[in-house]
Design a protein around this ligand. Structure first.
Ligand code: SF4
Ligand code: SF4
Length: 179
């Protein structure tokens, strides 16, 4: 007989970081059915929950934890209202702490560059952010048509401006990054 013993360490870490109890999940699959990005995920949202319950740290190497867009459609459909995007965030945090190389390296890069610009100006300077992200990811021509369209429609201001609350925003980002 196979003796399956769940390792609680991953679920405990998740609970400590975001307060969500992955052990409540009973695998109804509604999260996966309602996820607009599940088609692109290597591990589906309900499988992420199951792996987290069992303490299978391989989930930290999945692309799913980086692909999740935190849209919360899954939580809206979950009969237990589990905040699955919070679980995904916690798994990202654990992966980074454990130096597990992200399977989608441009996504954490996007987050880092985004928050650095917000930290500098207290709000996003889209053009600067896009230029830096493109330079660092070397994806020069991805979404170029959308960028041109946004520029023509006045959505990309060429002059950076800062928020009057930039100092508070900077402190908030600093505090969050010390976790
Ligand atoms: S919808 Fe909720 S209970 Fe159902 S599988 Fe997803 S997380 Fe688990
Ligand atoms: S929050 Fe993430 S897992 Fe949930 S539906 Fe949105 S993309 Fe999918």
């Amino acid at each position: 007989m196979i003796d399956l013993v769940a390792d609680d360490s991953l679920s405990n870490q998740i609970k400590e970081i975001c307060g969500e109890n992955v052990k409540k999940c009973y695998q109804c699959g509604k999260c996966t059915a309602s996820c607009p990005l599940s088609f692109a995920m290597d591990v589906k949202p309900n499988q992420v929950m199951r792996m987290a319950q069992l303490g299978l740290k391989e989930v930290l190497q999945s692309s799913t934890i980086w692909i999740c867009a935190s849209c919360a459609s899954c939580t809206a459909r979950c009969p237990l209202e589990i905040r699955i995007s919070f679980v995904m965030d916690a798994l990202r945090e654990i992966a980074l702490k454990e130096n597990i190389p992200p399977k989608e390296p441009n996504i954490p890069l996007f987050h880092r560059v985004f928050f650095r610009w917000i930290g500098w100006l207290g709000k996003l300077y889209e053009l600067g952010f896009i230029m830096e992200y493109k330079l660092r990811s070397r994806q020069w021509f991805n979404d170029i048509l959308m960028g041109i369209k946004m520029f023509i429609n006045g959505k990309l201001n060429p002059i950076p401006t800062s928020s009057p609350n930039s100092e508070e925003v900077r402190k908030l980002i600093e505090k969050a990054s010390q976790r």
